[in-house]
Write a protein that binds this ligand. Structure first.
Ligand SMILES: Nc1ncnc2c1ncn2[C@@H]1O[C@H](COP(=O)(O)OP(=O)(O)OP(=O)(O)O)[C@@H](O)[C@H]1O
Ligand code: SF4
Ligand SMILES: [Mg+2]
Length: 376
């Protein structure tokens, strides 16, 4: 069976689905529903003309707190190409969500009083941080979509899933009857079983996986070029996680969407991402293509994170904690922020901050000892 998606330009996107499938995302995958990780979904380096879709330069986000100014994001630069899945990983509190929220424009003075944001967030030609609120809302509403760990927080408990998705669809200027048909089409596309009935369901009547599918449908209604997914499967059972990830990969292919994927889970990273940025204490400390990073991590923090994975799951598994804690983000610092926890530290690390620098064509690392082949 073939589902037909209509994009805003009237083009058709086709999702192939096997006859007799029960509506799971796995059924929708080409090649008999096998997991899609590591297969041909990975993008070629560079977009068609090598231009990034999103380019974040020297982003800094801080919050005013009772204890002083807290650095959440501290000089982060990365870019995402069209259709690329870029994963941000790192321990809790290292600044992943703050980065995503800054890109999404969610850190307004009203949402986050006392926050300070500097740097550049270029989406296509425009610097989002320099746009007036109305223009920013327009870019956000029509080009960037976001899904979160807990879809219940984003869904209105008082309205049915169909009504809420219809609101998003109506922004396209469709008539009500066409809009409801479009919602049904979206619900089918995100593999919601019995979609007609789901139109009439309230959020509390849906399972976690179903709610996340509704959120994805609402997001797709706006035809985004970039999807930001902040721990989109963390709250779900493992089997449902796999279905949602497969769905996201399939949608990336069908809609030519790029993704900024935030996760603690290296299994998810290895199965979905093209490139990975590792964050520590508000900074990007290592970046590489996903397989290259797994094969040869050069920052001691990345190596420790990988060593901390359960045995036999080098390319999968949840990120476990490593000894020590993040430095206090309100305290001034000198040298390398990983110093206290680093088994490789040398004198220089205490006083000179290692900046992110290129080690290879795709590889950037912020560590004085990154070149040393034989790291203890
Ligand atoms: N609104 C806020 N006000 C004050 N501090 C904040 C605010 N939002 C985030 N922070 C702080 O910024 C730092 C980064 O938080 P952030 O939520 O970005 O981390 P994270 O990597 O997404 O963590 P997690 O994996 O737990 O979601 C933390 O020290 C956090 O306490
Ligand atoms: S710069 Fe020094 S302290 Fe920092 S990660 Fe590298 S070796 Fe460790
Ligand atoms: Mg977070």
């Amino acid at each position: 069976m073939t589902n037909v998606w209509n994009n805003p330009n009237g083009h058709e996107k086709r999702l192939h689905r096997h006859e007799g499938g029960n509506g799971t995302a796995g059924d929708a995958l080409p090649g008999g529903g096998a997991r899609s990780g590591g297969e041909s979904l990975r993008t070629e380096p560079g977009g068609a003309d090598g231009t990034p879709l999103l380019s974040v330069e020297n982003l800094a986000v801080s919050f005013r707190t009772a204890r002083g100014t807290s650095r959440a994001v501290d000089g982060v630069s990365f870019s995402i190409r069209p259709r690329e899945i870029y994963a941000l990983v790192g321990e809790s509190g290292c600044g992943k969500s703050s980065t995503a929220q800054a890109v999404m424009g969610l850190l307004s003075e009203t949402n986050a009083p006392g926050r300070r944001i500097t740097g550049t967030i270029r989406f296509g030609e425009r610097n989002l941080l320099a746009l007036p609120d109305r223009e920013l809302s327009a870019v956000r509403g029509s080009h960037i979509g976001m899904i979160f760990q807990n879809p219940l927080d984003s869904l209105n408990p008082l309205y049915t899933a169909g009504y809420q998705t219809c609101e998003a669809v109506l922004l396209d200027g469709l008539a009500k009857a066409s809009a409801m048909r479009r919602v049904l089409e979206l619900f089918r596309g995100v593999r919601l079983a019995d979609p007609e009935q789901k139109l009439r369901s309230y959020p509390h009547e849906l399972s976690g996986g179903m709610r996340q599918r509704v959120m994805i449908a609402m997001m797709l209604a706006r035809h985004p070029k970039l999807l930001i997914a902040d721990e989109p499967t963390t709250a779900l059972d493992v089997s449902i996680q796999a279905q949602i990830l497969d769905l996201m990969l399939e949608l990336r292919r069908s809609f030519n969407m790029a993704m900024l994927l935030i996760t603690h889970d290296f299994g998810i990273v290895s199965e979905t991402a093209d490139r990975v940025g590792v964050m520590y204490a508000g900074k990007l400390v290592e970046e590489n293509e996903v397989f290259a990073l797994f094969d040869a991590p050069r920052h001691p923090y990345t190596r420790m994170l990988m060593r901390a994975l359960p045995r036999g799951t080098k390319q999968g598994g949840r990120l476990e904690s490593i000894p020590g804690t993040l430095p206090d983000p309100t305290e001034p610092y000198r040298g390398c922020l990983f110093f206290e926890r680093c088994p490789l530290r040398v004198e220089r690390c205490a006083t000179e901050e290692p900046l992110l620098r290129r080690l290879g064509e795709t590889h950037r690392v912020a560590c004085w000892r990154a070149e040393e082949e034989e790291q203890p």
